[in-house]
Design a protein around this ligand. Structure first.
Ligand SMILES: NC(=O)c1ccc[n+]([C@@H]2O[C@H](COP(=O)([O-])OP(=O)(O)OC[C@H]3O[C@@H](n4cnc5c(N)ncnc54)[C@H](OP(=O)(O)O)[C@@H]3O)[C@@H](O)[C@H]2O)c1
Length: 258
């Protein structure tokens, strides 16, 4: 099977690295700045750097990994070529209907997240009506190495993906803020290690526990202890309102990406 990539930026590169376990497949890599495709090719044994035309004409499956602003020009370019491929678009904010209006081919729309790179991703997906059961099965097989894959309805995708695809950015900013704060108070080294180990353990506990994250959070705050002093600062600084504004801003942008 030939699996093509149009665009191998941050997200598509992670997916390409996650699906390399698939037997008897060749990855055809195309990127506007060719060096990115060359660098990725060196990391994936069964891959080659390919032209746009080669990817579209020869692949059975094509991942579209370009930014939203580049998607329609890419679809117009595909229209000029012969293709038998199933197209998998990871482009945020552009629905299957919008893509099919421009180029009428079968699509699976996916919203992956960056943990795909370490095979712990959570990818939302939705199929167009003309995707066959065999194509869907092939897609699910391909994505196995990337983590979890969940089918969602179109009406929900722009909102759920705020929490699954965009929130890794929010979380990483919070992690960095914690590290910076530790350093500011005088921690000389290992701040990053301490914070990342803490996050790892906290999430493992949250996943295993039957208690809600809020209950688990409250359990750390002994009455009159030191933790509650810090938590109170976060609440006084409108933590919930701030996060709610972030989610709303990303969601609204998802709804008017083009
Ligand atoms: N990052 C995430 O966490 C995330 C999560 C979910 C979905 N997404 C979606 O994934 C897509 C890519 O995001 P990203 O963060 O990976 O962006 P990115 O790093 O900028 O990657 C986009 C890539 O597409 C290439 N490209 C643009 N036009 C092309 C063309 N005509 N032919 C071949 N390659 C072309 C770009 O090449 P150049 O090197 O020349 O710029 C670039 O390498 C976006 O649509 C985004 O909505 C991202």
């Amino acid at each position: 099977m030939k699996i093509g990539f149009i665009g191998v930026g941050h997200m598509a590169r992670s997916i390409a690295l996650a699906i390399t376990d698939v037997k008897d497949s060749t990855l055809l890599l195309c990127n506007r700045t060719i060096q990115k495709a060359i660098d990725l090719q060196k990391k994936i044994q069964n891959s080659k750097v390919s032209s746009f035309e080669e990817v579209i004409q020869e692949s059975d499956i094509v991942f579209l990994g370009v930014k939203p602003i580049d998607l329609f020009p890419v679809l117009d370019q595909i229209k000029e070529l012969k293709t038998h491929a199933l197209f998998i678009s990871m482009v945020a904010g552009i629905s299957i209907e919008q893509m099919q209006e421009r180029l009428d081919v079968p699509y699976i729309r996916i919203l992956p997240n960056t943990p795909v790179a370490v095979k712990k991703g959570l990818t939302l997906y939705r199929c167009s009506e003309d995707v066959t059961p065999t194509q869907k099965e092939t897609f699910l097989n391909l994505m196995k190495g990337s983590g979890e894959v969940t089918e969602v309805e179109e009406k929900d995708i722009n909102l759920i993906s705020v929490l699954t695809s965009s929130a890794p950015a929010y979380l990483n900013y919070f992690i960095d803020a914690l590290i910076q704060a530790g350093v500011k108070e005088g921690l000389k080294e290992d701040a990053t290690y301490y914070v990342l180990k803490m996050i790892d353990g906290t999430i493992a506990l949250d996943l295993e526990s039957e208690k809600s994250p809020l209950t688990l959070g409250k359990e750390v705050c002994s009455p009159k202890g030191s933790t509650i002093e810090g938590v109170q600062q976060l609440l006084d600084s409108n933590l919930y309102e701030m996060v709610s504004k972030a989610v709303r801003a990303t969601y609204q942008k998802n709804n008017k990406m083009i």
